[in-house]
Design a protein around this ligand. Sequence first.
Ligand code: SF4
Ligand code: SF4
Length: 274
Amino acid sequence: QPEGDVDVKSEPLVPSTEVVVMGARPCGVAALEALDKVFHWDYDDVRYSARRERTTLISFACTKPGPQCFCTSVGGSPHNTVQSDVLVFLGDDGQALMQVCSDRGAKFIDQLGDVAKPAPAGTKLPTVPEVKEKFDPEKIKTWLDESFESDFWTDISLKCLGCGVCSFLCPTCHCFDIVDEANWQSGQRRRNWDCCSHPMFTKHASGHNPRPDQASRCRQRVMHKFKYFPERFGQIACVGCGRCTRACCVGQNLVSILTDIESKAKGGDNADAE
Ligand code: SF4
Ligand code: SF4
């Protein structure tokens, strides 16, 4: 090639080996509905699609939701079938009952031959375990619509370390960064998973950071999931799995944050009045 020209090559798509994910919980699998919307939105992400299309999702119905779970507050259920190909229940006799939820799931069960059969039509499935509804997301959004400047964001940010664990464990978090890694001869454009809790996430090359403090980052995490995402895609970007709360080393509790917001919404205590 002539001196000075740049040869740009696209990384080949990974070979299409089939993947089966076993034992995911219904909330985690339902989160893929949000990811599908993001990665098939203004740009069809062929690498995401290639992985997605070769993945079969076998989820296990919840039998004992944890104290931090709140799937029912965001439209889910311990027996949610959204995005699952097969949902497996623990029957009263200790046997697995398999509910086929998609053509892909039917094909998967079929391949198992006599090892596993779908539950016959009319099989009584176990009772759905109770997960109390903890807040009304409509009320949350109503308050968020008016509360960008609220002091509440500072209050909740005071104990946040900005470690990013809540995002990295979250099944709906998907933000990424694109970086060019280069030497004199060649380079690569890479996509790295990133996190809005980190100070560098929005830092510009100029040094300016439009989210200069942890308060603005904590606000972004809640706003993105409960306001911006519903406005853009018509669904909440949270499946109520409670992982962020279970994993946070300083005890930041998303349900407490949301119930506080709901109380403010009910009391008419919005940001602009503070
Ligand atoms: S895991 Fe906790 S401390 Fe870490 S960024 Fe999330 S809320 Fe902040
Ligand atoms: S509960 Fe936390 S970890 Fe689970 S989907 Fe919602 S924000 Fe993400």
